[in-house]
Write a new protein. Structure first.
Length: 213
């Protein structure tokens, strides 16, 4: 993950400035913060990338690159042993990830709000292009079910295809073979829910076959 201003998610520094304005900082404070982050990133990213790869170089650990923006980012991720491109910020990067055999995952809140809040590609566009493999909650757990509803309603996905983006396809990409689908021998983690309009209402939860809610 590299959040250095001028790179990846924040390739357009004006997008970062607009985002930081929401925190109530003054223009001077924003410029100071951008300068400090740029300087830290310049000295740390390349060194820490290699250290991180060495630390987690194990066949049982799944590696994901973060905020791939260019073809070069994806190529570097693939060469480093990553199998997931997490939150590609451009369609170009997502397409390249699929070409190289990386799975792609995006944020469900991006679907719910109708696009990125930081200037990146809309996940609905990646769904339409067939280059999105799964969705993550990205800090908003309820967004997973909300996104399923919206994709089935607006993106032409069958309901089981939309649900697969937050269940089986995500489990598969991180090698959790004991869950993610309804099948004999699996964990039996289940939700019973209904949608009221576009709002999901969870009625019952089973974890390992036992009722927990």
């Amino acid at each position: 993950m590299d959040h250095t201003p001028g790179h990846r998610q924040w390739r357009n520094i004006d997008d970062l400035r607009q985002f930081m304005k929401k925190t109530g900082r003054s223009a001077a404070e924003i410029e100071q913060a951008i300068g400090e982050r740029t300087e830290r990133g310049r000295g740390s990213v390349a060194r820490n990338w290699q250290l991180t790869l060495e630390m987690f170089r194990d066949p049982h650990i799944v590696l994901a690159s973060h905020d791939d923006t260019t073809v070069e980012h994806v190529e570097e991720a693939a060469a480093s042993g990553c199998t997931i491109s997490e939150f590609p910020t451009t369609q170009e990067a997502a397409v390249k990830a699929k070409e190289l055999g990386l799975k792609t995952i995006g944020g469900a809140p991006n679907i719910v709000r109708g696009g990125s809040h930081t200037g990146g590609v809309a996940m609905s566009d990646l769904v339409a292009a067939g280059v999105l493999d799964g969705l993550s909650s990205d800090y908003v757990p309820a967004s997973l079910l909300q996104a399923v509803r919206l994709l089935a309603r607006d993106a032409g996905l069958a309901q089981h295809e939309a649900f697969a983006l937050v269940t089986s396809r995500v489990a598969d990409m991180v090698n959790l073979t004991d869950r993610g689908r309804l099948a004999p021998g699996k964990r039996a983690d289940l939700l019973r829910l209904r949608f009221i309009g576009d709002t999901p209402l969870v009625r019952r939860v089973w974890c390992g076959g036992a009722v927990v809610f």
